[in-house]
Write a protein that binds this ligand. Structure first.
Ligand code: SF4
Length: 208
């Protein structure tokens, strides 16, 4: 699979959060920085600056570039912990906010594990999410259900990117925390018939 067709790991989290957000960012290259994304970027820049180190039998590697050609995904891992006695690996992803009930972050983490498995040819059974806001580390087991959900998300992102379409806005509670809220305007677009009419006009032009 060619590099340009590889899906960035971050797109999986965007897609799991909201397919429209994923399309706006990855199909339409829209990016609105709010204080949430700005804090997240600062956090990841700090993480990337860290040098590899070994403590108490664990090797810590930061900013690790990975890909899984068979799945068509690629990205940069915040941290990989390698247990030197067994060689077992664990991806660790730093998040700005707090743990979520939905699997948005766990899907991205699981995809990281799938990349490590393919690249290093050994099973990766779990990973960890570290939440800045709550200073809390969540261990995440890569169960068969989570793996299936992750592969389905990869398929969903690919279909979305290939289609070039952007799903319509539907306002939900999570929109309030979305970095693209102003650009997306889900409350207006969700109920504004004229906006839908304009959308349909563009769709018809695209289809010609
Ligand atoms: S504001 Fe809501 S509908 Fe719009 S992109 Fe964000 S999460 Fe999706």
């Amino acid at each position: 699979m060619q590099d340009e067709k590889l899906i960035p790991l971050s797109a999986l989290q965007h897609f799991a959060f909201c397919p429209r957000q994923c399309a706006l960012i990855h199909n339409e290259q829209a990016w609105a920085e709010n204080w949430l994304t700005a804090q997240g970027q600062v956090l990841h820049q700090r993480v990337d600056r860290g040098e590899p180190e070994t403590r108490k039998g664990i090797r810590y590697e930061r900013g690790v570039l990975v890909s899984a050609e068979s799945l068509g995904i690629t990205g940069k891992l915040d941290l990989v912990e390698i247990e030197l006695s067994t060689g077992s690996m664990k991806p660790v992803e730093y998040k700005r906010g707090r743990p979520k009930r939905d699997n948005w972050d766990r899907i991205q983490l699981c995809a990281q594990g799938l990349c490590l498995e393919e690249m290093r040819g050994r099973p990766v059974r779990s990973g960890a999410l570290w939440y800045w806001q709550t200073r809390h580390r969540d261990e995440v087991e890569f169960t068969s259900e989570l793996r299936e959900e992750t592969v389905a998300a990869i398929r969903g992102v690919r279909d979305l990117l290939v289609s070039g379409q952007t799903p319509k806005a539907v306002y939900e509670k999570k929109c309030d925390a979305c970095s693209l809220y102003d650009l997306c305007n889900p409350k207006l677009l969700g109920r504004d018939g004229s906006a839908r009419y304009v959308d349909d006009l563009f769709k018809e032009v695209d289809e010609q």
